[in-house]
Write a protein that binds this ligand. Structure first.
Ligand code: ADP
Length: 155
């Protein structure tokens, strides 16, 4: 089984992907790590990696088809069409997201951008278009509760 997890930065994708990977015995791949490893994208003047969607999609899909049993996780995945069986969008109340990002010492501008994106459901809207019936939208909550709910939905 191949799964992808997306959502605004800070909603808890990396955390839940690792837990789900252990439970389902799937390899977890972070979007940025994958792009760096494959030489996809370049750093802008703010030292952020800009990842071209088409190139990432093509390279990731080749791996999904070749190896399988993978969980991809990252905030850009909602903007492409990955060859996965299920696509999960993790959501979080924008005010809670703001608090989480403040605790992580995110720059103020990034906190505003991400809170705004979550507020307008940017990732969910893109994922609906790209993944249709494969889409699972789930709100972040206490980790054990979240993982149990997800396992139920995936079965
Ligand atoms: P993302 O990969 O979406 O950017 P992370 O998994 O890195 O998010 O989590 C962002 C922050 O939120 C981390 O400090 C993490 O410890 C915390 N966190 C993750 N999942 C939860 C959860 N279910 N409940 C509370 N805090 C969480």
């Amino acid at each position: 089984m191949n799964i992808a997890i997306s959502g605004t930065p800070g909603v808890g994708k990396t955390t839940i992907a690792k837990l789900l990977g252990k439970k389902l015995n799937l390899k977890v791949i972070n979007e940025k790590d994958f792009a760096l490893k494959k030489g996809i994208g370049s750093f802008n003047e703010m030292d952020e990696l800009e990842i071209p969607i088409d190139e990432f999609e093509k390279t990731a899909n080749a791996l999904l088809l070749k190896e399988g049993n993978i969980i991809f996780e990252g905030h850009l995945l909602c903007e492409m069409k990955l060859k996965v069986d299920k696509f999960i969008v993790l959501t979080l109340d924008p005010e809670k997201l703001q608090l989480r990002l403040e605790l992580r010492n995110y720059p103020e501008e990034k906190i505003m951008d991400n809170t705004f994106c979550e507020g307008i459901e940017y990732c969910k809207k893109h994922a609906k278009k790209n993944y249709k019936t494969k889409l699972i939208v789930i709100e972040s909550k206490e980790q054990n509760e979240l993982i149990n709910e997800l396992l139920d939905l995936l079965n």
